[in-house]
Design a protein. Sequence first.
Length: 388
Amino acid sequence: MNVVYLSPHFPYHYHRFCLQLKQAGANVLGIGDAEYDQLAPEVRSALTEYYRIADMHDYDALVRACGFFTHKYGKLDRFESLNEYWLGIEARIRDDFNMFGVRGNEIDRIRRKSHMKERFQAAGMKVARGRVVRSVEEARGLILETGYPVVAKPDAGVGALDTYRLDNEAELMRFFHHKPPVDYIMEEFIHGIIYSFDGLADREGNLVFHTGHVFSQGIMETVNQARNLYYYSLREIPAELEALGRKCIAAFEVKERFFHLEFFKTAGDDFVALEVNMRPPGGFTTDMFNYACDVDIYRAWAQLLVNDQKKLAYSRKYHCCYAGRKNHYTYCHGHEEIMDRYGDYIVQADRVPGVFSSALGDMGYILRAPDLDQVLAVTNFIQAVQAP
């Protein structure tokens, strides 16, 4: 099997996907903008060959790279990045080289939030009231229906970039004055706790692996208000969350892909569909899959692609939590004190690359324990800040 992997050096820990592809027997053909000798040794060792292009947005250069690989290795079987930013490029390349996966005529349903909302509704799920608005007048018309606050986010955005909560007319006018020249969807603000349904589906859309997470707050609040974030995995998935997750997998025709589905759980215990992401959940969540269940999700994905291996034996042994710390806070407990007291619970503690720090913090701890109360106690200790 010939697998082209776009940007194998970013994010860094995703080189494990490439390594497992290679160990499963695939030719792993990397395309990126970094010089080969600047790639980490782990990345280089995971690749069969690497083709450098100067600009990752130069589609003609990507086509030439794939043409080179086709001439040398034969037909290309997969084109992947596992990165939301490149979903559109992936679809174009699959069209041009006739590869399995999401194609150009399908991409809007997994990239445009307005299309997601339509598919959620067609599947009978609850959604936030909202629609694409292109003028102040259209926005005011929506707000007459929903009231303030509302959330404005790019219809085809990545994560929580350029996403805003608007609480009044002045903020609405300020938003339209500075709005980027792209379509925005505006929705009523839903008060609730964010739950995710995450995992990996096989080539027929059956679940190879699935789990769920609970978030301390949304990424929008984390970024825009510079808060610390934590989120943890569940050992038992709420029945309604799993039912909705499985319904989404069918409605969005998820096949041979990771997925990260987001829902609000309201005070009335209703789950409201927020959005779908057809890629692994962000940050270090793939590592959290492994720590929570003692599995190797990188290997499971590679074996699925290369050998159509659909079975993964696992149980959710632990609650696994990510707790981030941002440098602008003064903390009650230093790193050494945290490790001395709770080192037995902490399975990973690393500096966070700058591009992720606005969401994940400057320092991230991953910890696990069978008992959720213990996980939350350690998390509170890590994130405790001194009073101003």
